[in-house]
Design a protein around this ligand. Structure first.
Ligand code: NAD
Ligand code: MG
Length: 383
């Protein structure tokens, strides 16, 4: 079962860990495409090692540098807005790992699905923005969307062998992030350095801030709805600070299945890439004696309002989750530039939910327009 991969966002946290999985299993995985936005040095290094057919460097200013390094190795180099959407259609690819961050994942993922490529989905924003459209398209094209996100991988792993059994509900676990138990007074003045320190996972900057604000869990609620065909009241969020139980499924007989292990993204990445097989790994193993207690508590949605916004977006439907996503991307970027405070990120998202034009049954073009409008309105937000 040779898998020929395109890895979109190969220089990021998920991308580099995916390449570790590939390097450990050379008989199974072949890398056809690697892509990055800005990190030309790492992209060149990865390409020299994994010998893909093609690389894409999205930042056009870096094209010459990447070209002159890789042309002698017979590796094609592309840049420009449309290049991600065209390289994913290459005949030699059978699976696309979407490890790029944000809304930028949507259009290339749609192109890959239309070309019949299976998707290993790390880029949760794609399902947040256009979950209905993307999952419909995948069904029509008989394409699998295999979750990489650890919670969704956990749910998927619990469902293997149970696909004929209805789900009563899923229980998404959340670490609670670095500010678990803190009140609004404390959060008013937290800095990006504090917010970037996640207790259990080392990840890209955007998802780390999302984890601190519970937006990440909100995005994951929406992602779960589309991946597993659930209604909002079938999705429960439980804070589990040790991040050992990665999520759970409760069936109609009341039985709950959990998937657990150390927090190590290589496990869900590898499972998505190798499904239905489980490959032998040398990742560190869980030791029960080091975790005498696993604890659980309810999320505080009065303090961390973003999680409530996600449920609100689901109940409104239409393009509301697309609005929340775009507003959040602007909010996080502004917070990372020290332009707005931690709690103001939620104020900005709420403002956009009220002001951006609502579309009940959006097309792909509507999502593109909504994303643009929401970003414009989010940029105008003043305090
Ligand atoms: P990251 O910031 O570490 O890496 C992002 C990658 O995408 C880089 O290779 C970058 O060059 C590329 N990229 C960024 N913006 C781009 C753009 N506009 N166009 C093209 N390429 C672009 O991010 P990450 O933490 O690896 O996260 C990637 C995705 O996986 C996100 O959607 C995130 O929510 C999801 N995810 C990550 C983790 C994790 O542990 N890091 C866990 C679950 C889900
Ligand atoms: Mg997750």
């Amino acid at each position: 079962m040779k898998r020929n991969l395109a890895i979109l966002g190969s220089t990021g946290s998920i991308g580099t860990q995916a390449l570790e999985v590939v390097a450990a299993n050379p008989d199974i995985f072949e890398v056809e495409v690697l892509t990055a936005q800005n990190n030309a040095d790492l992209l060149i290094e990865q390409a020299a090692k994994f010998q893909p057919n093609v690389v894409v460097i999205s930042n056009e200013a870096l094209y010459d540098k990447v070209f002159s390094a890789l042309d002698p190795l017979d590796i094609k180099v592309y840049t420009g807005e449309k290049s991600l959407s065209s390289v994913v259609q290459m005949e030699s690819i059978n699976m696309v790992l979407t490890a790029l961050v944000g809304y930028a994942g949507l259009i290339p993922t749609v192109a890959a699905i239309k070309a019949g490529k299976h998707i290993a989905l790390a880029n949760k924003e794609t399902l947040v923005v256009a979950g209905e459209l993307v999952t419909d398209l995948a069904q029509k094209n008989r394409v699998d969307i295999l979750p990489v996100d650890s919670e969704h991988s956990a749910i998927f792993q619990c469902l293997v062998g149970e696909f004929h059994n209805p789900i009563e509900k899923i229980i998404l676990t959340a670490s609670g992030g670095p500010f678990l138990g803190r009140d609004r007074d404390f959060l008013k003045s937290v800095t990006k350095l504090q917010a970037l320190k996640h207790p259990n996972w080392s990840m890209g900057a955007k998802i780390t801030i999302d984890s601190a604000s519970l937006m990440n869990k909100g995005l994951e609620v929406i992602e779960a709805k589309w991946l597993f065909g659930l209604t909002p009241d079938q999705i429960e969020v439980v804070v589990h600070p040790q991040s050992i139980i990665h999520s759970m499924v409760q069936f109609e007989d009341g039985s709950i299945k959990a998937q657990m292990g150390l927090p190590d993204m290589r496990v869900p990445i590898q499972f998505a890439l190798s499904y239905p097989a489980r490959l032998k790994s040398d990742f560190p193993r869980f030791d029960f004696s080091k975790y005498p207690s696993l604890t659980f508590q309810r999320p505080d949605i009065q303090t961390f309002r973003n999680l409530g916004f996600a449920f609100e977006a689901l109940s409104q439907g239409g393009n509301m989750a697309c609005i929340v996503n775009a507003a959040n991307e602007i909010a996080v970027a502004s917070f990372l530039r020290d332009e707005i405070g931690f709690l103001e990120m939620s104020d900005l998202i709420e403002d956009c939910m009220h002001r951006v034009s609502f579309v009940k049954t959006p097309t792909l073009e509507d999502y593109i327009r909504t994303d643009e409008e929401a970003r414009r309105i989010a940029m105008e937000f003043s305090f």
